[in-house]
Design a protein around this ligand. Structure first.
Ligand SMILES: CSC[C@H]1O[C@@H](n2cnc3c(O)ncnc32)[C@H](O)[C@@H]1O
Ligand SMILES: [Zn+2]
Length: 433
């Protein structure tokens, strides 16, 4: 039995029953077995003891929309609108990717996420077994899905879907349960209706959730109306998409009826504010979605449209931007933004009983923030400081499933220097190809 005893720490638990604990936490193997103000009694025998003074502990962050391999394309195309960025810049470069590129791009993303406090992420891309192996090695938790684009021949569509199904079957529950899988049509504008129906049927057959990009730009909504006579939400609903547990990325352009329908269907939304701002897509109606009872979590999208994978940035932008657009300073309070990065993230991937909060019985996925720094003084409201002053650079230690994966800012299971050097080499190779 592996035991860990954190003494004299400050714990922002995200558990409404005891939101702030100044005291102790005990982890046994992969689970939290005690959290409270008093020292655990009896003292956990043989435990590794960590002095928590000067550290704030909180649940690991949950990034609900990413494309890890695209970290290789960070800074390759900035200041473009979504469709130009995607069709003229990303797709031609992605067409040149080989397995080696995907491996180093994925590894680069994984170390960036871990070091900035993300312990679980959702990823949609191709060559997914390569990412799954990196996740397995890194100790991280992931919900992985081979995204499919249906703008190709029927034979190619079938081949992609078969590959996506095989991946979903092979990897669900792997890495000691840290990996889960989904199926995902890339978007309604890249997948013909009959293809989406086949993917929905496959999700029923395999009993896995669905993920997609939806209503990201105004142009996309208009194109959907032109092509199919309906807006994307109704379109996907008619195709049966929301009959499965679904997580939808973006959902920037929604009307009141669509918000009501998403709430009724229990659809979760991954809000990706930095990517939406950078691609000039707009600002999602997050306060209205939350009021309607929709689960809203946070995603970075890729480093090619963000341009980092620091979920603290998304938390802060989410807290700020909705005040700005609504004129209401209470639109997204700090604690609500923090929930979006933790408990709501866990809900969005159907794992709220396991991760997203520090609570007895839950998985030991947590991070330690070094608060002995000028931007955390004076030490008053810690939630305010985490949201408005903090960043991923303040993360000192990270544990997933009870295992320490970042120690004093350094990944314990992956070689950061090698990954950065190989990512540089891979990018230069892509340019030369
Ligand atoms: C089918 S693999 C994933 C596919 O998604 C593309 N992508 C990355 N970011 C976005 C975005 O914000 N909207 C739409 N599509 C996006 C990526 O380039 C891959 O081709
Ligand atoms: Zn995306």
């Amino acid at each position: 039995m592996n035991r860990l005893w954190i003494e004299n720490g400050t714990f922002v638990t995200m558990d409404d029953n005891q939101p702030l604990v100044r005291g102790h936490m005990v982890v046994e193997n992969d689970r939290i077995t005690y959290i409270g103000e008093a020292a655990p009694s009896p003292a956990p025998e043989g435990a590794e003891r960590i002095n928590g003074r000067g550290l704030v502990f909180m649940p690991g962050l949950i990034n609900t929309h990413a494309h890890s391999a695209m970290s290789l394309l960070r800074g390759y195309s900035d200041d473009e609108a979504l469709q130009v960025w995607l069709q003229d810049k990303m797709w031609p470069m992605e067409g040149k990717f080989n397995d080696d590129d995907a491996h180093w791009g994925n590894a680069l993303a994984v170390i960036e996420m871990l070091k900035s406090g993300t312990t679980t992420f959702v990823d949609m891309y191709d060559r997914m077994p390569i990412l799954a192996k990196v996740v397995e090695q890194s100790g991280m938790r992931g919900v992985l899905t081979r995204g499919v684009i249906g703008l190709c021949s029927p034979a190619e569509q079938t081949a992609k879907l078969e590959e996506a199904k095989q991946f979903a079957k092979d990897w669900n529950g792997q890495a000691n349960g840290r990996i889960r899988t989904m199926l995902s049509p890339h978007a309604p504008y890249t997948c013909p209706p009959d293809y989406i129906e086949r993917i929905v049927a496959a999700a029923h057959e395999l009993n896995v959730p669905l993920h997609t990009h939806m209503s990201e730009s105004a142009a996309e909504v208009q194109q959907n109306v032109n092509d199919y006579g309906t807006r994307p939400v109704e379109h996907l609903d008619k195709l049966g998409f929301f009959s499965r547990p679904s997580l939808v990325a973006h959902a920037v352009h929604l009307n009141d009826e669509e918000i009501a329908l998403l709430a009724e269907r229990g659809v979760a939304i991954s809000h990706n504010p930095a990517s939406n701002l950078k691609l000039a897509s707009g600002v999602a109606r997050v306060p209205d979605l939350l009021r309607a009872g929709v689960t809203v979590s946070l995603g970075t999208d890729s480093a090619a449209s963000n341009n980092n994978l620091d979920l603290f940035d998304e938390i802060r932008i989410a807290a700020l931007i909705h005040k700005g657009v609504s004129g209401d300073p209470t639109a997204i309070p700090a604690i609500e933004a923090l929930r979006m990065g933790t408990v709501y993230g866990a809900r969005a991937i159907w794992q709220a009983d396991e991760i997203g909060a520090l609570k007895t019985g839950m998985k030991a996925d947590f991070i330690a923030i070094n608060t002995e720094q000028p931007h955390f003084y004076p030490q008053t409201d810690i939630v305010s400081h985490l949201v408005y002053s903090g960043s991923g650079r303040d993360v000192q230690h990270v544990w997933v499933d009870g295992r320490q994966v970042v120690k004093s800012g350094v990944c314990t299971l992956l070689d950061e220097e090698q990954i950065m050097a190989e990512a540089q080499r891979a990018f230069e190779g892509l340019l030369a190809r």
